[in-house]
Design a protein around this ligand. Structure first.
Ligand code: NDP
Length: 457
């Protein structure tokens, strides 16, 4: 069964490249190589693993233009945003290199009867990363850098529509010294994932993607008694409190909602605005959204590229139409342009209320939904009326008030006066339908480590 992975340019539907998938035998060989590579890799001195991570970070920086171009071609990300993606990716890689000693340091504990008692962290084997197309480089680095730092080896099952990105990323890892067997790309479809999870060398699986894929992979991992980390979507709130400065709130909302053409798990998908500001906020938002430039992702100065795939664009349009039927008001956008490719214009929906599809479903594209809140308490209640809980933002001039509101949100990440932003030093992940477990920081580092007790009496 020789399936192929096809890279298609979503700006014009042109086929860019085709990649053969692995046969069962090829896959078995790659898993054997991983099995053979793990013991030696896991015993490398920390300085050597840190050195390779620093080389990788430098390589990512050196290849940033090539990477951003490939990302633009394969999934439509505006070129400047692709450059930013390379920057956060190299900084995460350096974070784990710079902090590896501290992360691996045994932690002594004062325990009754012990001569010494401590917590140590050991690697456990190969971690399988099932990754999405929306940040083709950053998502891979976010799972691979901490695991390689800790002495685990990595298997990558990347999204089927970004095989060229997967190939270039793999070349950079190999060049940095994380050779085949230590970092291995498996060009395969989703149907092969279960057999990989069941392989004894695999110690756990991390997935970023849809709730549906998350449920399947978590079930398979559960059946194999292996840990999983799930980073699924969200319908994150951005709350604009009554003391917010409107211009600033609109700018934050636009950055939070339309970055990456709206295709981010932690995008500000519901703009929950205090009723005293709602009219002015919405008017200013519409004005600015109408000025956004949508064009080929390699054209300089554009704000919006095509979406990553036509099927996802069509799903989004269906959601927008259902939202309008259910009472939302279409303020701008909302029509599929007459051109080849997966285009969808920046769109604003107002009058979005509880129960509307734009309130209770994830809209994974350039559509902002404005929800009106009666007051602060109502805003919090609206924000928490959500099957997901990934990121969140509160906009207020009063930082204490902003923090107090932020602390009441059911989310893995809450930001005051900034859209949800990843930092290597801070945990990334959510609650409820957004999944479980954390990436980044010491928590992400520990996700697939054997956190051991060593007690000496
Ligand atoms: P998927 O969840 O289908 O894809 C994410 C990854 O999971 C891909 O590598 C995919 O492989 C893999 N996958 C899918 N199904 C399975 C399965 N049954 N077993 C194992 N692996 C699987 O997302 P889509 O690309 O289809 O996008 C659909 C929606 O998912 C979006 O509209 C958005 O709502 C959400 N999403 C969320 C993301 C996030 O950052 N949290 C990122 C991307 C999407 P393959 O590509 O081969 O199917």
């Amino acid at each position: 069964s020789n399936k192929t992975l096809t890279a298609t340019n979503p700006a014009n539907d042109n086929v860019l490249n085709e990649y053969a998938t692995l046969s069962k035998d090829d896959l078995a060989r790659k898993l054997d190589q991983t099995r053979e590579s793990y013991p030696a890799y896991s015993q490398l001195p920390l300085e050597e693993r840190a050195r390779r991570l620093n080389v990788l970070a430098d390589l990512i920086d050196e290849h940033k233009e090539e990477m951003a171009t490939l990302i633009a071609r394969e999934m439509g990300k505006p070129y400047q945003q692709g450059l930013s993606e390379t920057q956060i990716s190299s900084s995460i890689t350096r974070f784990y290199a710079d902090n590896l000693d501290e992360l691996m340091d045994p932690e002594p504990r004062d325990v009754e009867g012990a001569e010494s008692a401590m917590i140590v962290k050991d690697p456990m084997g190969a971690v399988l990363g099932v990754m999405p197309w929306n940040y083709p480089l950053y998502q891979v680095v976010r799972f691979a850098a901490p695991n390689l730092a800790g002495g685990n080896v990595c298997l990558l099952k990347h999204a089927s529509n970004v095989p060229g990105c997967a190939e270039l990323i793999t070349q950079l890892f190999h060049k940095a010294g994380f050779e085949e067997g230590v970092f291995t790309w498996l060009p395969i479809g989703a149907e092969m994932v279960e057999s990989i999870i069941n392989d004894p060398i695999v110690c756990g699986v991390t997935l970023t993607g849809s709730e549906e894929a998350g449920r399947k992979v978590a079930q398979q991992a559960g059946a194999a008694l292996k840990p999983s980390v799930l980073e699924l979507g969200g319908i994150d709130p951005l709350i604009v409190l009554d003391d917010a400065e409107i211009e600033r709130a609109v700018d934050l909302a636009i950055a939070g909602r339309f970055d990456n053409t709206g295709q981010s798990c932690a995008a500000s998908k519901r703009l929950i605005v205090d009723k005293s500001l709602a009219k002015d906020f919405t008017a200013r938002l519409i004005e600015k959204v109408k000025q956004m430039r949508m064009d080929d992702p390699l054209v300089e100065g554009i704000d919006i590229g095509p979406m990553s795939r036509k099927d996802l664009r069509d799903d989004l349009h269906d959601q927008v139409q259902r939202a309008i039927k259910a009472g939302a008001k279409l303020e701008c956008g909302g029509e599929i342009p007459d051109r080849a490719g997966a285009w969808y214009p920046p769109t604003v929906l107002s009058n979005v209320t509880q129960g509307n599809p734009a309130f209770s479903e994830e809209l994974f594209g350039p559509v902002a939904s404005v929800v009106i809140a009666e007051n602060e308490d109502h805003a919090i209640q609206l924000a928490n009326d959500c099957p997901y809980g990934l990121g969140s933002t509160v906009v207020s001039k009063d930082l204490e008030r902003g923090e107090r509101v932020a602390r009441q949100l059911e989310a893995g990440m809450s930001f005051v006066n900034r859209p949800t932003t990843p930092f290597a030093q801070l945990p990334f992940g959510g609650v409820k339908g957004s999944g479980y477990g954390r990436e980044q920081s010491e928590y992400g580092f520990g996700a697939f480590m054997n956190i051991r007790t060593v007690y000496v009496a």
